[in-house]
Write a protein that binds this ligand. Structure first.
Ligand code: BJW
Length: 256
């Protein structure tokens, strides 16, 4: 049974002109994609990010890092968008100005149908050259792991943003400008501890926006949020879309 959604939140969303949504790994949890920081189940409870998600780790042991991302790719390839992903498509279609900023690299928002979106931390389905950054869609299959860049011979890596690497300047500027100009900022399924994504709700709040959080737990931003709704995003979001009276997409095949 979904939780009660406060009436003033429903009114706020129904009349919002500019909405920015920030999503994190929790949104894909109900699709079977593991989160990062949850005790016992999060990837970082089992794997050391310093050995797998930094450019230094890749330089030290490119094979280990490549194979770990191949394993993650195979998990993600089998995942389907869930009801939270589809509810965000409904919001994009119903609201006058909407931007989805996701930290997720799994491509599930795109697969669900979101289009006004920024993938801040890249996309695991894409590959690029570690040395020169060439975007690569094809490479010669040899015994070498990781494979080599067809343009310069450098090792290939996933096109995701590792710790210590910068976010694309254009994506970050678009996300920051939208956060500063929105009237409602919605943070969903993120622990909100990773910089610079974690700054976006703070920027929005400072510029006068109201902030909604939807998460199964309290997070770093719960205290500053105007509404903090505890629960699964795949349950809360469709319920919220219905309560506001926006058209909803019934997706029977969505992951629960
Ligand atoms: C549900 C749910 C359900 C579960 N429904 N909810 C010291 C201070 C400040 C900053 C730094 C610092 N030292 C270093 C930094 C910079 C660093 C950083 O922020 N580190 C912090 C951890 C301290 N940031 C960077 O390096 C970034 N670059 C940068 O800042 O450049 C300039 C710079 C460089 C160096 C130093 C200083 C400045 C780049 C960050 C890149 C992050 N990359 C990763 C990996 C991507 C590739 C991959 O997937 O392998 O991105 S790390 C990982 O964390 C991934 C995620 O996108 C990101 C955020 O995680 P997220 O999505 O919030 O997941 P969780 O697991 O944390 O939370 C899930 C939430 O869902 C939980 O709250 C659950 O409760 C909830 N939930 N089920 C709703 N059903």
């Amino acid at each position: 049974m979904p939780v009660d959604i406060p009436k003033d939140l429903i009114t706020e969303l129904a009349s919002a002109e500019r909405v920015v949504v920030l999503t994190g790994a929790g949104v894909s949890a109900e699709s079977g994609v593991p989160t990062f920081r949850e005790a016992h189940t999060g990837l970082w409870s089992q794997y050391d990010p310093r050995e797998l998600a930094t450019p230094q780790a890749f330089a030290r042991n490119p094979r280990l890092v490549w194979e770990w991302y191949e394993w993650r790719r195979s998990l993600i390839q089998n995942a389907k968008p869930n009801r939270a992903h589809y509810a965000l498509v409904d919001l994009e279609q119903a609201l006058p100005t909407f931007l989805l900023v996701t930290q997720n690299i799994d491509g599930l928002h795109w697969l669900a149908g979101s289009r006004d979106m920024i993938e801040l931390h890249g996309n695991i389905a894409r590959t690029k050259c570690f040395e020169e950054g060439h975007a690569v869609t094809w490479w010669a299959e040899t015994d070498e792991i990781p494979p080599r860049c067809p343009y310069c011979g450098g090792p290939l890596r996933p096109d995701v943003v590792w710790f210590g690497e910068g976010i694309s300047e254009q994506s970050l500027r678009t996300a920051t400008d939208a956060a500063a100009a929105c009237d409602l900022f919605v943070c969903i399924g993120t622990s909100a501890v990773v910089h610079p994504a974690s700054q976006l709700p703070l920027i929005a709040k400072r510029m006068g926006a109201r902030v909604i959080e939807i998460n199964t737990e309290q997070t770093a931003i719960s205290v500053m949020a105007d509404w903090s709704i505890l629960g699964k995003s795949g349950e809360i979001l469709p319920h919220l879309v219905r309560e506001v009276g926006f058209p909803t997409t019934a997706i029977d095949g969505a992951a629960q």
